[in-house]
Design a protein around this ligand. Sequence first.
Ligand code: HEM
Length: 415
Amino acid sequence: MTETAPLLDVDRVRELFDLRGAYMAHNGGGFSPDPYPLWAALREQAPVHEGTLHALTEGAEDWTFQGLPERDRPHFTAFTYAACNDVYKDSELFASSANAVDPTASAGVESSMLSMGGAQHRRYRALVQPRFTPKAAEWWIRKSIQETVDALVAHIRPLKRAELNVDFCAAIPVLTITGVFGIPVEQALDVRAAMANPMDVITIVAPLVAARREEPGDDLISVLVQAEVADEDGVVHRLTDPEIYSFCILLLAAGSGTTWKQMGITLTALLQRPEVLAAVREDRSLLRPAIEEALRWQPTDPMFSRFVTRDVDFHGVHVPKGAVMHIALGAANRDPARWERPDEFDIHRPVKPILSFGGGPHICLGMHVARAEMVTGIGALLDNLPNLRLDPDAEPPRYVGFYERGATAIPVLFG
Ligand code: HEM
């Protein structure tokens, strides 16, 4: 990668990363009303409602997220912080998949650790956890993030204007995750395009897996080919190809699909409040709180879900075994029982745990990577682009999307 080289094909980035485009249509990418007032009213009515989040939200359509809803199951949605947190804490009652997972059977997210529970989940997650600790974020910055950010900034700095969502935010996570996998820059967007069909991801990573089995290097695929896991009977084995592919599919999807939207959300919140942006520019220790507050106030993925494993009376509602419980973490993050003036974006709030990275055993594996990407990326913009501001003559950015939320174009001027 040279100083200005890693620039991705902008038209293709726009196509693959436009929330309102065909790629995101199934999960409500085009949804543009602000759902938070409605969610607040629902949260005030009751902690848990029967129905999916989209069925309960006026103006929403019959969208899907992570394969849900399943037509033959009753669905419920938790809206308060206490109810959502209780779902996350009890991973036996609220399981990540309806059926036991056989990771060696086939490759895909449904065979990955995201779908596992209990001891099996702990065994598989432990294989990659050391590369995702707060300390390991430095490895990610050194290996991929800093170089990517520097090259992107070097490209846009002389232009005096940019569209940050595509020119900047979208590129960083996809180049970061493919970089630590050892996938060449030229194939980075192919990985993103392949997310719609996991077999295409396997086509890209299979030759790399074979090569690292021969000669491991300092990358994530090498971690996976060298990992050993114990099965149910305690027999230890090296990960099979399908097991490695499932890890790859999960990590490439989670790594490239989330942080760009959250970075755009954070930048939009700051650019629309020039006095807050100036304060962060002046005192860089405020950047982390600004990122955390944007996560609380506008999480990019406002809902995840769990399968209910036995009949339960839960926060005032009887929920039968086999039901699906939606965790409306976006609504939980604005629960007035926990935060004062919860609808305000206030970077000076006292720090409290939020649910934007989930909770319990499946809490986001990549949260320290995501934070490192956002701190490095936004920090570099503040360091290199003086007088960064929204372009007053362009359409202002707005938040759109339902199950995946983010900003529309973020047109800026600087210099
Ligand atoms: C701002 C960016 C991100 C957000 C908001 C986010 C959010 C989340 C959430 C809410 C979960 C829990 C899902 C559930 O409860 O079922 C999760 C899990 C996960 N995330 Fe992230 N994520 C982000 C970035 C990343 C990145 C950069 C990576 C990888 C490099 C990553 C990898 C994962 C993985 C592997 C899991 C599954 C963990 C498990 O099942 O134990 N995430 N993420």
